[in-house]
Design a binder for this molecule. Structure first.
Ligand code: NAD
Length: 477
């Protein structure tokens, strides 16, 4: 049993004033593995005050000084990688292979941002003006449970690079992971008050961060529903916002693709992070005349996927993070059947022998139409929908027929066609023939998938504010 009864303010681990206690549960076994004492509004205000005070000096540090800090943050996370990975497996249920890769990415984020910062022009000249890109101030970082280390580093690294100070509010479901990560930040010797961390509920700590006049910006990753609450709460103080929200991403498989590779790839993309991924390609859009072949390949692929203990090598799908998430996934599977979709594989209940945890059956529906809830709404679990098209124009229409616009996937052997379709897709990222990544290219959503971008120079830019100085070279009136 772990007892987490400290938050991190002004370089010290301190007891929170809040006294609400929350149980921490291992989703693989449903056992209580710890308890956390949650911070309250006053704790949040103390953390904001510490960040505000630290900003006075931190905002004046040099690129070189901040570069050394980013390097140290990377090094210390890598030095503690085994413990961090195990905590994510235990607390979140993420399969160990993918968790290790994500942890390495989270550490690398600090180095990518170091490079971006070193190349970034913090002073520009535009005609007669000198334009200074100044650090924004205190930033509130609010993150979800599905990739805790990645989300925190994706926000913290550009904040440090820009010269901002932060208060982190991670998900209550990621407390053990965030506690370990905060210990790493402490070990990295970052000046007191630059990084502060408060455990707590979204509608208490998150809400106070959003409304507080001394917080210049909220960088949020989470559901579209909570993103809308944050956007409303931020209006009063004109708090800047970066919102990384939900998705219902399409995987378009064209007739000329090699289906023996494209269909397994599309299924694995849809099930990535046990289906709990914002960018998961959860709508497979396939040629109508090839539906039977697609269903057979989907079945074969799903049967080959290992669902089970996230600690075992080779496991691709672990448990859902919580009872709530398990119930949500079960509800959508039931709804898909009730709405008349054809169950290709999977269904309600736990996979056989996995009744002890929040495990669900990887499930795929065919004959799905865009008016069905399973086609429109983000499920955030391993549940995929197959939709069919007659023409490529129709495939694009189906892909764009959503309130979301985070990611899209295209498989075809005709690259010209792929790029033409990519230009018509309304989405922040389009991946052609594979799961490519470029950590310095922007990531974010069109439409209700968000506002703003993360990663690279676009990500850094969210943490600075341009100040135009005219007459900077005028010695006297
Ligand atoms: P969530 O929106 O329920 O919670 C996210 C965070 O917001 C948590 O820390 C929560 O405590 C906090 N919060 C809740 N209410 C709040 C309020 N009123 N004010 C301020 N903060 C509040 O999301 P979740 O269930 O933790 O994560 C799953 C969601 O995250 C999915 O919708 C998924 O698509 C989204 N997500 C998006 C991306 C992306 O990059 N676009 C990445 C990962 C996850």
């Amino acid at each position: 049993m772990k007892t987490i009864d400290h938050i991190y303010i002004n370089g010290k681990f301190v007891k929170p004033r809040g006294n609400e206690v929350h149980n921490l549960i291992n989703p693989t076994t449903k056992e209580i593995i710890g308890q956390v004492t949650l911070g309250n509004v006053k704790d949040t205000q103390d953390a904001i005050a510490a960040a505000k005070e630290a900003f006075k000096t931190f905002s004046k540090t040099t690129v070189e000084e901040r570069g050394q800090m980013l390097q140290r943050l990377h090094d210390v996370i890598m030095a503690n990688s085994d413990a961090l990975v195990l905590a994510a497996v235990e607390e979140y249920g993420a399969p160990i292979g993918a968790t290790t890769a994500r942890l390495h990415f989270a550490a690398k984020n600090f180095l990518y941002n170091k490079e971006v910062m070193e190349e970034y022009e913090f002073v520009k000249y535009i005609g007669k003006a000198k334009v200074v890109l100044e650090p924004l101030g205190v930033i509130g970082l609010i993150t979800p449970w599905n990739a805790n280390y990645t989300h925190i580093s994706t926000k913290l690294a550009p904040a440090i690079a820009a010269g901002c100070t932060v208060v982190i509010k991670a998900s209550e479901l990621s407390t053990i992971q965030t506690q370990l990560l905060t210990e790493c930040f402490h070990e990295a010797g970052i000046p007191a008050g630059v990084i502060n961390f408060v455990n707590g509920r979204g509608d208490v700590v998150g809400s106070e961060l959003t409304r507080h006049p001394d917080v210049a910006m909220i960088s949020f990753t989470g559901s579209t529903q909570v993103g809308k609450i944050i956007a409303r709460d931020a209006t009063e103080t004109m708090t800047r916002l970066t919102l990384e929200l939900g998705g219902k991403s399409p995987s378009i498989i064209l007739d000329d693709a090699d289906f023996s590779k494209a269909i397994p790839l599309a299924v694995m993309t849809g099930f990535s992070n046990s289906g709990q991924a914002c960018h998961a390609g959860t709508r497979l859009i396939v040629p109508e005349g090839r539906l039977e072949e697609v269903k057979n390949l989907v079945k074969k692929t799903v049967e080959s996927i290992k669902v089970g203990n996230p600690l075992e090598n080779g496991t691709f799908i672990g448990p859902m993070v919580s009872q709530k998430q398990y119930d949500t996934v079960q509800r959508y599977i039931k709804l898909g059947i009730e709405e008349g979709a054809e169950l290709v594989i999977g269904g309600e209940g736990n996979p056989e022998g996995l009744e002890h945890g929040y495990f669900v059956k990887p499930t795929v529906f065919a004959n799905v139409t865009m008016d069905m809830s399973i086609a429109k709404e983000e499920i955030f679990g391993p549940v995929l929908s197959i939709l069919t098209f007659k023409t490529e124009e129709e495939a694009v229409d189906i892909a764009n027929n959503t309130i979301y616009g985070l990611s899209a996937y295209i498989s075809t052997s005709n690259l010209e066609k792929a790029n033409h379709i990519a230009s018509q897709i309304v989405s922040g990222r389009v991946l052609i023939n594979g799961l490519h990544d470029e950590p310095k290219a922007p990531f974010g959503g069109f439409k209700q998938s968000g506002i703003g971008r993360e990663f690279g120079a676009y990500g850094l830019e969210a943490y600075v504010e341009p100040k135009t100085i005219l007459g900077y070279d005028t010695p006297e009136i």
